[in-house]
Write a protein that binds this ligand. Structure first.
Ligand SMILES: N[C@@H](CCC(=O)N[C@@H](CS)C(=O)NCC(=O)O)C(=O)O
Length: 203
């Protein structure tokens, strides 16, 4: 399999870590979603990372990729519940994490991708307010408050930890560890795990 995207993207990093957790070998093709759009769109028509080339198929979107990989390679539900209330809760937690990260990135793109005189700061504040409320809901959520400090990372932990480790790379003020102690505990536990060490963000 070939994972397309750079580890700087938390969506790509979480997918690389999941592939490692599942023991699935892959090659990284570190295309930039900004500078290499044309090459990227030839693989994923939406022009986003990650994409996972799997034989003659291309899987897109980190959530769809994670669910597909777990369906194939995690029959015991170690990393992702197989059904019932645990699955419903994991899905809601994952989508809250994804939504928070997408709104954070929307605010970042407003500043980064538009000409300086066209950046609309109230829109950044709006997006980042949504992201922060998403994080506050995650912080209170049952899957997070009872997260074990001993188990190896699962899909939800991996999404949370790669996201919270990403925030300070973009904005030093956005995420305060004191405001989200449960999320921070998950981040610290995951970042100590071998799979996270193997997939650090290149400087
Ligand atoms: N929902 C997607 C989001 C992926 C995403 O937004 N990736 C960003 C990089 S962090 C991207 O490719 N951005 C390029 C663009 O939107 O033009 C997922 O979970 O994979």
């Amino acid at each position: 399999m070939i994972l397309v995207g750079r580890l700087f993207s938390p969506f790509v990093r979480r997918t690389a870590i999941l592939l490692d957790l599942l023991g699935q070998p892959f090659e990284l093709q570190p295309l930039s979603a900004t500078a290499e759009q044309e090459a990227l769109r030839a693989i994923n028509p939406i022009g986003r990372v990650p994409a996972l080339i799997d034989g003659d198929r291309v899987l897109v979107d980190s959530v769809a990729i994670a669910l597909t990989l777990c369906d194939r390679h995690d029959p015991d539900g170690r990393l992702w519940p197989r059904g019932g209330p645990a699955l419903a809760e994991a899905l809601q937690t994952l989508m809250l994490a994804n939504g928070s990260l997408e709104k954070f990135i929307a605010g970042y793109y407003e500043r980064r991708r538009r000409p300086a005189d066209k950046v609309y700061e109230p829109w950044v504040a709006h997006c980042w307010g949504q992201a922060r409320d998403g994080l506050a809901a995650l912080e209170q959520g049952p899957a997070v408050t009872r997260a074990s400090t001993e188990n190896p990372p699962d899909v939800v932990d991996t999404a949370i930890a790669t996201m919270t480790s990403f925030f300070p790379l973009i904005d030093a003020e956005f995420f305060s560890a004191q405001s989200y102690p449960h999320l921070e505990a998950i981040r610290q536990r995951c970042e100590q795990h071998d799979t996270f060490h193997r997939r650090t963000v290149p400087a």
